[in-house]
Design a binder for this molecule. Structure first.
Ligand SMILES: [Ca+2]
Ligand SMILES: [Ca+2]
Length: 197
């Protein structure tokens, strides 16, 4: 928990210096029943699922490559919704469906994890008007539907999807302490600078 707070504080520093409101990766810690993975919401309006997937896989944290988040339990869904959706009207996740299936069949996670847990909103997945083969999570744009899932088209962008959620595996040993040290140095440098002006 203490570590999560430290990383979150670093996220605030990052957002403050960049002038962009988003959080740095936060840990779903084992002490909270989590898997030790890190998650972040990346704002990107008018982005399609394939581009979001590429962008997620280009990101690194703790020496590990990211990917669109794979939500394989209610607890993981709850964590993501609680910690990341405040920034998002909705977000792409790492689920996809084979072409030519019924709306509910042929779904996979991009990591190859079993497709066993789902959190579809009522009436979803529905292939609304066309094949909708890609997964998004509703956010604050739809208060009554927040944290529930929708199938959507890879060809389109959506007003309720303002970015994507990236998941990172457990960091490589030693990388987090370096990040923490870097954050501490940044705090000291900023504090010193503000004292002189
Ligand atoms: Ca996952
Ligand atoms: Ca749909």
């Amino acid at each position: 928990m203490r570590f999560t707070v430290l990383i979150s504080a670093m996220g605030l520093l990052v957002s403050g210096s960049a002038g962009v409101c988003f959080a740095a990766p936060i840990e779903w810690a084992a002490a909270e029943g989590g898997n030790g993975h890190f998650y972040e919401f990346v704002p990107a309006s008018a982005i399609t699922w394939p581009i979001a997937r590429q962008a997620a896989e280009a990101r690194m944290f703790g020496g590990e490559q990211g990917h669109l988040a794979t939500i394989t339990s209610q607890e993981e869904n709850n964590f993501v919704a609680a910690h990341l959706l405040n920034y998002s009207s909705g977000a792409w996740l790492g689920g996809w469906q084979e072409v030519g299936q019924s709306p509910t069949a042929g779904w996979h996670w991009i990591t190859g994890e079993p497709w066993s847990f789902t959190n579809w909103h009522s009436g979803e997945p529905n292939d609304l008007g066309e094949d909708e083969l890609y997964l998004d999570m509703f956010g604050h744009a739809q208060p009554g539907q927040r944290s529930f899932w929708n199938d959507a088209s890879h060809m389109r962008t959506y007003w309720w999807t303002s970015g994507y959620i990236v998941e990172y595996p457990v960091p490589e040993p030693g990388t987090i302490s370096l990040i923490a040290i870097g954050a501490g140095a940044l705090v000291r440098r900023r504090a010193g600078r503000s004292a002189t002006v």
